[in-house]
Design a protein around this ligand. Structure first.
Ligand SMILES: [Zn+2]
Ligand SMILES: [Zn+2]
Length: 349
């Protein structure tokens, strides 16, 4: 099999070749048809998250090198172990990548995506920037019949992340409309699910005018520029005193400061993005504003199934996707890092 692998942190990916894996037990070998390029790959490539103030969160772990990134995987079953039931060779699936140890309390309650001993595809075990990938059990394969294969993989990351964040925010919308901050790939997905989940107006905020325009096209009621001096007043007026929930899909010090400042009393901020930085707020503001700030990290296998059903029901408009070959993976990560990508880039090994 051919792969685009990380051979050293903070270096470009390199082409590596390895024997195509054989399957045993419950394992399934997918021939990768599509693998989405994701912002979180950049942190894995760097080996750290920026915590602000010069602090870094080391995410190198003891990942074996060469290591193959890529967690937004769709593909076709090429082989299955003797205990892998319910699937057949040639069938097309998206792989749920946020796989846990399967033994701990978090996994037992269905929160494998938060497991502390993860086996996440493309994050802790080899992923989809390759011609083939091993999925440890058929339960992680989602039937994506009727869904465009080029978005099926991305749904497992940006789609699922957007969906899970929207689910968390929905309960707060009695306090006002929803504000989506940061209209990159995940934010655009979130906007789609928000439209499916609520009749309340949805506001969008992004410093990039082209992304604001795209958000309006996808059904945002209004779009705001966070860098605009009068933005707080404008959002206050449009929302009737503040939004019920703001979802920060950027996750920087600036975006979180901005997002929390737009929230009405008894509202909530859901932090999703991982750009990095740190943020402070006077402690009395939490009780005085009855403010909730929560995080959301990808989503559970159960949520992935719910989301796929929504997509199959036609509740989500397709987002712009650009297909690129496997040997353009590293270049695509660079483009993403430099903000040159609108919509999604999907690798087709
Ligand atoms: Zn991703
Ligand atoms: Zn676990």
């Amino acid at each position: 099999m051919l792969r685009q692998s990380l051979v050293e942190y903070a270096k470009p990916l390199e082409t590596t070749e390895a024997p195509t894996p054989t399957v045993s037990g419950c394992e399934v070998l997918l021939r990768v048809s599509h693998c989405g390029v994701c912002h979180s790959d950049l942190h894995l490539q760097d080996g750290y998250f920026d915590l602000g103030g010069g602090q870094k969160l080391d995410v190198r772990g003891n990942r074996p090198m060469p290591f193959t990134l890529g967690h937004e995987i769709a593909g076709v079953v090429e082989a299955a172990g003797p205990a892998a039931t319910g699937i057949a060779k040639g069938e097309r699936y998206a792989a749920y990548p946020w796989i846990g140890c399967g033994k701990c309390g978090l996994c037992a309650r269905g929160d494998e995506h938060m497991c502390n001993q993860p086996r996440a595809l493309g994050v802790t075990v080899d992923g989809g920037y390759a011609t083939h990938v091993i999925v440890p059990h058929p339960r992680y394969l989602l039937d994506v019949t009727g869904i465009a294969p080029e978005i099926a993989g991305a749904l497992m990351c940006s789609g699922l992340t957007g969906y899970s964040a929207i689910k968390k925010a929905i309960g707060y919308l009695r306090a006002g409309p929803l504000l989506i901050v940061g209209l990159g790939g995940v934010g655009m997905m979130g906007l789609q699910f928000a439209r499916a989940a609520t009749d309340k107006p949805i506001f969008a905020a992004d410093i990039d005018a082209s992304k604001r325009a795209a958000a309006l096209e996808l059904g945002a009621a209004e779009a705001f520029d966070p860098a605009d001096a009068g933005v707080r007043k404008a959002i206050g007026k449009a929302s009737g005193g503040g939004v019920g929930a703001a979802i920060d899909f950027a996750g920087s010090a600036n975006s979180l400061s901005f997002a929390q400042a737009q929230v009405a009393k008894a509202g909530a901020v859901v932090v999703v993005g991982l750009i990095g930085g740190s943020f402070s707020l006077p402690v009395p503001m939490f009780p005085l504003r009855a403010l909730t700030i929560m995080g959301s990290y990808v989503g559970s296998l159960g949520e992935a199934r719910e989301m796929i059903d929504l997509v199959k029901a036609g509740k989500v408009a397709p987002i712009p996707v650009e297909l690129r070959p496997l040997d353009k993976t590293s270049r695509s990560l660079d483009d993403l890092r430099q903000g040159k990508i609108v919509g999604r880039v999907v690798i087709t090994p």
